[in-house]
Write a protein that binds this ligand. Structure first.
Ligand SMILES: Nc1ncnc2c1ncn2[C@@H]1O[C@H](COP(=O)(O)OP(=O)(O)OP(=O)(O)O)[C@@H](O)[C@H]1O
Ligand SMILES: O=C(O)[C@H](O)COP(=O)(O)O
Ligand SMILES: [Mg+2]
Length: 405
C-alpha cells in the first residue's frame, strides 16, 4: 500500500521529528562531501515553510553506543545552517533534559539538530523506551533517511509505533521511484560492482542478487575475503576471517547458476598504510601472484581494472556500491577512479549508491555523467533484493481516513 508523504501532513504549529541520514564523511572534523545534507534540504524547507517546529535526528558513523566526540553531528549543524541560510541549533544530546528544554523553547519555523542517536544503546536495539523519548512531544514523524532505511532502529522504525502519523520525505520518495523502477526489470546485461569495507553487512546480499544480476565485479576489502577464500595469499590485508566459508558458498552458488563472479585478477599493494605511500601491483593470482608478508591489498590491480572496464563497456545496467580501494588517499585511488571513469564513459544505465561511493564519484568528477546517484549503499542493495525496507514499511499507509488534507 502507498505510504503517507510529507504532502499529506498538516504540520503548522506542530513539533515534527524528522530522521535524516547525515552520515557524511569527515576528515579532521571537516565534512568532505555534503551530498546527504543537500539531499535532505527539499523536505526540511518544505516542513519549515509549512510552519513546523522541526527536530532533526541522525546517526553518524558507527560509535560504540556511547558518546564519542569523533562522531558528533555538530559540524553538520554548521553546514546545514549555511545551506539553509538560517540558524540550526545544535543540541548536544538526543534525549534527556537538555534535548527536552531545547525542544520546548522552539517556535514555529525553528529547526534543531539533535546529537548522534547512536550515542545511545537503545538506538540500534530498537528499544521502545528510547524511541518514545526521541519522539518526545512530537506527534508527527517524517523519515527521509533513505541511506538508513534498511535498518530497523529506534529512529527509523521504533518511533513510528508512537507517532500519530509517520510519512516519508521527498528524498525517500525520489529514491524509491527511481530505484524500484529501474531495478525491478533491469536491462541486461546487468552488472553489479561491489567493493568497500562493509563486507559482513553486504556479503549475504550477494547470493540473493544473483537472481537478478548477470555479472558481479568484486573489489575493495570485499574482494580480499573472496580471494582469501580461494586460497590466495593476502598478507596483512583486511579480511573477514569468519566469512570465508560463506564466501566459498557464494562462489559455488554463482558457478552453479552460471553467473559471472569476477574477482580482481591482481591487486595493488602497499607495505605502509599512509598518504603518499609507495604501491605496486601483484602478478595475476592465476599466475602465482600473492601479497607479500606484511603487505596490504589496498586497491584492485591494473589487470583487474582492464578486465572490469571491458565488462562495464558492454553492460546495459550497472549498479555500483563500494569503492575499489582506499580512494580517500590518492596513492590508493587508481582503481576507484578508473572504474568510475569507465562507468561514466559507458552507455549503460549507471546507478551509484552509498555515502563513500558517491563521494568517490564526486571526487573523480563523473557524477554528472551517471544516470543516478543514490544516497543509499546498503539500502539500495536491499531494495534490489526485493525487500521492503523497514524504515519505509513502518510508515503510515495512505488512506482517505488518515489524510489530514
Ligand atoms: N582494500 C580495502 N581495504 C580497506 N578499506 C577499503 C578497501 N577498499 C575500500 N575500502 C574502504 O571502504 C570504504 C567505503 O566502504 P562502504 O562499504 O562504506 O561504501 P559506501 O559506498 O559508503 O556504502 P554504504 O553507504 O553502504 O556505507 C572507504 O572508506 C574505503 O577506504
Ligand atoms: O552510510 C550508510 O550506508 C548509512 O548511513 C547506514 O550506515 P550503517 O551501515 O552504519 O547503518
Ligand atoms: Mg560508507
Amino acid at each position: 500500500m502507498a505510504k503517507l508523504t510529507v504532502r499529506d501532513l498538516d504540520v503548522k504549529g506542530k513539533e515534527v521529528l524528522m530522521r535524516v541520514d547525515f552520515n557524511v564523511p569527515l576528515k579532521d572534523g571537516e565534512i568532505t562531501n555534503d551530498a546527504r545534507i543537500v539531499a535532505a534540504l527539499p523536505t526540511i524547507k518544505f516542513l519549515l515553510d509549512g510552519g513546523a517546529r522541526l527536530v532533526l535526528c541522525s546517526h553518524l558513523g558507527r560509535p560504540k553506543n556511547e558518546p564519542d566526540p569523533a562522531f558528533s553531528l555538530k559540524p553538520v549543524a554548521v553546514r546545514l545552517s549555511e545551506l539553509l541560510g538560517k540558524e540550526v541549533k545544535f543540541v548536544p544530546a538526543a534525549i534527556g533534559p537538555e534535548a527536552e528544554a531545547a525542544r520546548a523553547s522552539m517556535k514555529d519555523g525553528d529547526v534543531v539538530l539533535l546529537e548522534n542517536v547512536r550515542f545511545y544503546p537503545g538506538e540500534k536495539r530498537n528499544d521502545p523506551e528510547f524511541a518514545k523519548a526521541l519522539l518526545g512531544n512530537a506527534t508527527l514523524f517524517v523519515n527521509d533517511a533513505f541511506g538508513t532505511a534498511h535498518r530497523a532502529h529506534a529512529s527509523t522504525e521504533g518511533v513510528t509505533h508512537f507517532a500519530e502519523k509517520s510519512a516519508m520525505g521527498f528524498l525517500i520518495e525520489r529514491e524509491l521511484e527511481y530505484l524500484e523502477g529501474k531495478l525491478e526489470n533491469p536491462e541486461k546485461p546487468f552488472v553489479v560492482i561491489m567493493g568497500g569495507a562493509k563486507v559482513s553487512d553486504k556479503i549475504e546480499v550477494l547470493s540473493k542478487l544473483m537472481e537478478k544480476a548477470d555479472t558481479f565485479l568484486i573489489g575493495g576489502a570485499m574482494a580480499n575475503t573472496f580471494l582469501a577464500a580461494e586460497g590466495y595469499d593476502l598478507g596483512a590485508s583486511k579480511i573477514e576471517g569468519d566469512k570465508l566459508d560463506l564466501a566459498r558458498e557464494i562462489l559455488a552458488n554463482a558457478k552453479a547458476k552460471g553467473v559471472k563472479f569476477v574477482l580482481p585478477a591482481d591487486v595493488r599493494v602497499t607495505m605502509k598504510f599512509e598518504d603518499g605511500a609507495e604501491t605496486f601491483c601483484t602478478a595475476p593470482f592465476a599466475e602465482g601472484g600473492k601479497v607479500p608478508e606484511g603487505g596490504m591489498a589496498i586497491d584492485i590491480g591494473d589487470k583487474a581494472i582492464e578486465e572490469f572496464s571491458a565488462i562495464i563497456k558492454d553492460a546495459k545496467t550497472v549498479l555500483w556500491n563500494g569503492p575499489m580501494g582506499v580512494f580517500e588517499m590518492d596513492c590508493f585511488a587508481k582503481g576507484t577512479k578508473e572504474i568510475a571513469e569507465a562507468l561514466a564513459d559507458s552507455s549503460a544505465i549507471s546507478i551509484v549508491g552509498g555515502g563513500d561511493s558517491v563521494t568517490a564519484a564526486k571526487k573523480f568528477k563523473v557524477q554528472d555523467k551517471l544516470s543516478f546517484c543514490s544516497t543509499g549503499g546498503g539500502a539500495s542493495l536491499e531494495l534490489l533484493e526485493g525487500k521492503v525496507l523497514p524504515g519505509v514499511g513502518a510508515l503510515s499507509d495512505k488512506c482517505c481516513c488518515c489524510k489530514q488534507k
